[in-house]
Design a protein around this ligand. Structure first.
Ligand SMILES: [Zn+2]
Length: 279
């Protein structure tokens, strides 16, 4: 198993990629404080992340959760003394879904014979973010600023992207994924591409060459533009089929084949669109 270490992708901007789910956490070091992007999936893993942060900097950490999926925020308990930022709806979502998420992931850990992770997850205290934003928000780290950006519904209805303009870096959360399809289970497939384009046009994003996806390899702006294009084609194809009275998931999936997305991804996307469509 490869050793998990921070990779410095720009001056004072680090990515730590984890084996489980190839999850990326970020660290942006200012002169007064340091921002941690996402906290991993259990309290114990959050503590391990905090220890790794401490190897880089002794500055006070500030945290942002890109969204309320467990792998990005169940480690918050390790950062309970810090300011933890998220979108208002991320906090609502976490309150509403944390126990259901825990149940599902515990079952998954048992099914994949990882009882120690199931135990970790059961022992994890849920800490809901309490510095809540609904629109673009600047955080001063001393000598540099980071920007929390909300572009609209995408992977969830509350994704925040985190831009570090002085370093040309954007942490995208799961709005961008590398190595796997974008995850559609809680998504807004008809809006996702438009949200991405809105974010790509933001002044803090438009000149940033480095893109950190929620999972997978660090990529570049071209990768983000390409993923936005693919999601745009998906949205157009789904919208057209639904306008043509198609209401069958299998039929929607077969209509969307050829876009370079897995059938399972298309199935979730189709179901999400039908949930919000008049029958
Ligand atoms: Zn997610």
């Amino acid at each position: 198993m490869a050793e998990v270490t921070w990779q410095e992708i720009a001056p004072g901007v680090f990515v730590r990629r984890h084996v489980e789910l190839e999850l990326n956490c970020g660290l942006v070091v200012g002169e007064g404080r340091a921002l941690v992007v996402d906290t991993r999936g259990t309290e114990e893993r959050g503590e391990e992340l905090l220890a790794a942060v401490r190897e880089v900097t002794t500055l006070e950490p500030v945290v942002v959760n890109t969204h309320a999926h467990y792998d990005h925020c169940f480690g918050n308990a390790a950062f309970r003394d810090s300011q933890i930022y998220a979108h208002t709806r991320a906090a609502d979502d976490l309150r509403a879904t944390a126990e259901h998420q825990r149940e599902q992931v515990v079952a998954h850990f048992h099914a994949t014979e990882r009882p120690h992770l199931a135990a970790q997850l059961l022992a994890t205290q849920i800490v809901v973010p309490h510095y809540l934003v609904e629109e673009d928000t600047q955080i001063d780290l001393g000598g540099r600023s980071v920007h929390l950006l909300y572009g609209g519904p995408a992977h969830t209805d509350h994704d925040l992207a985190v831009a570090v303009p002085d370093a040309g870096v954007v942490f995208w959360g799961d709005v961008i994924e590398q190595g796997a399809d974008p995850a559609m289970e809680d998504s807004f497939p008809l809006a996702w591409a438009a949200t991405l384009h809105a974010l790509l046009a933001r002044p803090q994003v438009k000149d940033a060459p480095i893109a950190v996806p929620g999972h997978g390899d660090v990529v570049d702006r071209d990768f983000v533009v390409e993923q936005a294009g693919r999601l745009g084609m998906l949205a157009d194809t789904l919208a057209e089929a639904v306008a043509g009275r198609v209401r069958d998931v299998d039929q929607l999936v077969s209509t969307c084949r050829g876009l370079g997305l897995q059938d399972a991804t298309l199935r979730h996307a189709a179901m999400r669109v039908l949930e919000t469509t008049d029958r």
